[in-house]
Design a protein around this ligand. Structure first.
Ligand SMILES: Nc1nc2c(c(=O)[nH]1)N[C@@H](CNc1ccc(C(=O)N[C@@H](CCC(=O)N[C@@H](CCC(=O)N[C@@H](CCC(=O)O)C(=O)O)C(=O)O)C(=O)O)cc1)CN2
Ligand SMILES: [Zn+2]
Length: 771
């Protein structure tokens, strides 16, 4: 058995990029608005990187990563580094001799320009972070631009810090890419042989610059991969390892178990592996033991959860590390993945109950946990006994807290029966009841819920928080907005209206702030995409609803119009997916509690005269487990939670749901089981392909495929929308089709919204006249 030496190191895979006050967001948006120049933006970015460097060094992190910074997204950075830049973006910003030119071309790829649509954006594995999908066709020619990783390595070295550059690995990069030409039989991975030499070249240059280790991230290997891809993994790392002048290589996996890829990498010539020992601990430990360990290799052990905010159980983590010592040449301590996915610092939350604060660990606190565990590993438990003691008492305080377990909530959930999961009548019967009540035209038009979140709305909310605006005045401001949004929709001629969600800071946080068991943060920002951030609430204990959450706004909106106004709620699965969940009970149990609370809200809306209630589940597909084998169990509780929250209504109350940001192919059966009367789905980017998929899968309720890609400021023409609708009508019974955008309009501006919705109504008119 190999014994570890004192070389065990504390490290992380990456650190949040934005700064404690979201300086990067503010500087970047200022640059876009022309308020600051490129030089100033680069200066802010450099300051933030150096600040992180100091913070990690002062915390005692022995090996600090570099190249984890990004102006927008690290997958986009990789596409840029490899020269995989679409023609339209080269043409949109032809001159990149200046710094501003390079930035502008980079941002053109991310956000598009008037003439060049952006790269597609999609979910990063099962997280709420989004990356830009590289476009790689048979004709793509790669060229290396190593400026960013080399520059960020040199920048840290100047400060006396020898960092470990972090790069997205070639296999994952290509697996995440798509072929924009749709060439038959071609996959981006076919170009692996062209990409590997560029990585080899980059490794050589990093070596020349003084790098001793480099980290290549291959998270795609925690998803099921065929033997043929695993063979390519073996070849790739054999080739890269064969280069003579290079840093040592650690291949990083995270978010799930490495599975079949583990033996491939453990027996490859790379010097190290990073594995996730949080959720995937048992499987990775078993896999490692089965592979005969990785003697002589460096293991970076992700024992601190990089995806959640709970203080680690240090004693348990230390035991895991102890086991690992026998399975690798050396064992380093890290978080399970980049700390990008958690908020920065608990100590910024000054309003928090100190007892609860002790249960929590954000990115900055995780550094301390990692450093402590490294000490415990090298110096023994006694060296950290005081910290272990405090840690145990905090874990005990959490386990015993009356906030965490509320008997009344548990009794209520225990009383749920199977009958509560099903509507009174089947869809066909409900349809008649709903048609009788709603009297909607064919191809009813509607929107997904939110209207633009204007600066005035955010300022009013900030003033309410600051105490400079009182509740009555805030309520008046929101009511005025609802009046304006209703009037706007009547003018445009939509059939089913929404109140516009002006009162919501975020579709999850807003409910989290009103449910017991949830805790909101003030500064807990986490990057969702580009410069857009969210503050996920923390689910700390049993969930209940002390009072109605949306009824007043919905009833007010309905009082202003004869047309139906949709009630608007966020579903239980999405409430969990976009919060930090408790780790002391199965997620299905937490989802059930949220579902019961939402069920009460749904029934209150129905009682208030709301005839259509939408329960959004945009994250249902996102949190689908990465390994196929784990999916059925997830879908069981996820679908049941949605049913429980919605099935209590009368036949003539119409339930809608909405999904976006995902490929739905994997969840078609779940969509059918959810049994919503109407589902609206993102579809514009995939040319309505989803409607044919739904029809083929036997979906027999109503569907609204999105006809407007709301991620882009473009205004689609009437003809374009008519085209989408004709495709939809050709693939799905028109009597069961709705017309709507892809998603909510909160990030859009009023000029585009007015113009596009008018086009949408006009296009629908054409279809109704000449189906
Ligand atoms: N949770 C979540 N995940 C999601 C989505 C979503 O809607 N919610 N949609 C998809 C895409 N993701 C998105 C994520 C964020 C935003 C977004 O617009 N975020 C805003 C913040 C939204 C917010 O919390 N707004 C607060 C204001 C926050 C703020 O900046 N406050 C200032 C002060 C107020 C001011 O003067 O602006 C501060 O605290 O410093 C509010 O309206 O009340 C941003 O980054 O700019 C959009 C889409 C998928 N995942
Ligand atoms: Zn959406």
């Amino acid at each position: 058995m190999t014994q570890t030496t004192a070389t065990s190191r504390a490290t992380v895979h990456g650190y949040p990029r934005q700064g404690a006050h979201r300086q990067l967001k503010k500087a970047t948006e200022s640059y876009w608005a022309g308020r600051i120049d490129a030089h100033t933006l680069l200066g802010t970015a450099r300051e933030l990187r150096l600040h992180n460097l100091t913070q990690l060094r002062d915390a005692g992190i022995d090996e600090i990563p570099s190249n984890d910074f990004s102006f927008y997204d690290h997958v986009l950075d990789t596409a840029w580094m490899l020269g995989a830049i679409p023609e339209r973006h080269l043409a949109a910003v032809p001159d990149t001799t200046s710094t501003a030119g390079r930035l502008d071309r980079y941002f053109a790829m991310a956000r598009g320009t008037a003439d060049a649509h952006p790269l597609e954006m999609t979910k990063w594995f099962d997280t709420n972070y989004h990356y830009l999908v590289p476009e790689i066709g048979p004709g793509t020619r790669f060229t290396l631009d190593p400026g960013k990783p080399l520059g960020e390595f040199a920048e840290a070295l100047e400060q006396g810090v020898q960092t470990r550059p972090v790069l997205l690995g070639p296999v994952t990069f290509l697996l995440l890419a798509k072929d924009p030409t749709g060439t038959e039989g071609f996959r981006p991975l076919d170009l692996l042989d062209q990409v590997i030499p560029l990585y080899a070249d980059l490794l050589r240059r990093l070596h020349e610059a003084g790098a001793q280790w480099v980290q290549l991230d291959e998270p795609a290997l925690v998803t099921d991969q065929p033997a043929e891809v695993l063979a390519k993994v073996a070849d790739t790392y054999a080739t890269l390892a064969a280069a003579t002048a290079r840093p040592k290589i650690v291949v990083a996996s995270y978010f799930d178990r490495l599975g079949d890829a583990l033996p491939v990498l453990a027996t490859s010539a790379v010097e190290g592996l990073a594995l996730d020992f949080t959720n995937a601990a048992a499987a990775n430990l078993g896999g490692l033991a089965a592979a005969g360990g990785m003697p002589g290799k460096r293991l970076i052990a992700g024992v601190v959860n990089g995806r959640n905010i709970w203080a680690a159980d240090l004693s348990a983590a230390l035991s895991t590390l102890g086991t690992l010592l026998g399975l690798a040449g050396s064992v380093d301590v890290s978080a399970s993945c980049s700390l990008l996915h958690v908020p920065l610092d608990v100590t910024l939350e000054t309003g928090l109950d100190p007892e609860i604060a002790g249960w929590l660990s954000f990115a900055r606190q995780k550094l301390d946990e990692i450093v402590t565990l490294r000490r415990g590993l090298t110096e023994g438990r006694t060296a950290i006994s005081d910290i272990l003691h405090t840690n145990q008492s905090r874990l005990a305080s959490r386990a015993a807290s009356p906030i965490v377990r509320v008997p009344a909530v548990r009794d209520r959930v225990a009383a749920v029966t199977d009958a509560d999961l099903h509507r009174i009548s089947p869809y066909a019967t409900r349809r008649q009841a709903q048609q009788g009540r709603l009297r909607l035209p064919e191809l009813p038009t509607t929107t997904i819920g939110s209207f633009p979140q204007t600066q005035e709305l955010r300022t009013a909310r900030a003033a309410l928080r600051a105490g400079t605006l009182d509740h009555a005045a805030y309520r008046d401001a929101m009511r005025a907005e609802i009046r304006a949004v209703i009037a706007e929709q009547e003018r445009i001629g939509l059939d089913v209206l929404v109140h516009g969600e002006p009162e919501r800071n975020d579709m999850v946080q807003y409910f989290g702030e009103q449910l017991t068991g949830f805790l909101a943060t003030r500064h807990g920002w986490v990057q969702s995409y580009g410069t857009r951030y969210v503050r996920p609430p923390l689910i700390v204990g049993d969930v209940s609803r002390p009072a109605p959450m949306t009824v007043e706004w919905a009833a007010y909106a309905q009082s202003l119009t004869e047309r139906p106004v949709k009630g608007m709620l966020t579903g239980p699965v999405t409430m969990l997916a976009w919060s930090f969940v408790r780790d002391d009970q199965p997620e299905g149990d937490t989802a059930r509690q949220v579902a019961v609370a939402l069920r009460d809200e749904v029934l209150d809306l129905e009682r208030a005269g709301i005839s259509i209630i939408q329960v959004d589940e945009p994250a249902l597909r996102e949190t689908l487990p990465l390994r196929t084998a784990d999916r059925a169990a997830y879908l069981d509780w996820a679908v049941a939670a949605f049913q429980l929250s919605t099935a209590g209504v009368r036949d003539d109350t119409q339930i809608h749901t909405h999904m976006c940001y995902a490929e739905f192919g994997d969840v078609l059966a779940a969509i059918i089981d959810m049994d919503a009367d109407v589902i609206s789905l993102e579809a514009a980017r995939s040319a309505m392909a989803i409607v044919a998929d739904l029809a083929r899968a036997g979906y027999a309720n109503e569907a609204g495929p999105g006809v407007w890609d709301i991620h882009s400021p473009r205004v689609p023409s009437v003809e374009e929308i008519v085209g989408h609708l004709r495709t939809a009508v050709g693939a799905f019974p028109p009597g069961r089709l709705w017309v709507n955008p892809d998603c909510g309009l909160k990030t859009r501006g009023y000029p585009e919204v007015r113009a596009t919705l008018a086009n949408l109504v006009e296009a629908t008119g054409h279809l109704r006249a000449r189906p």
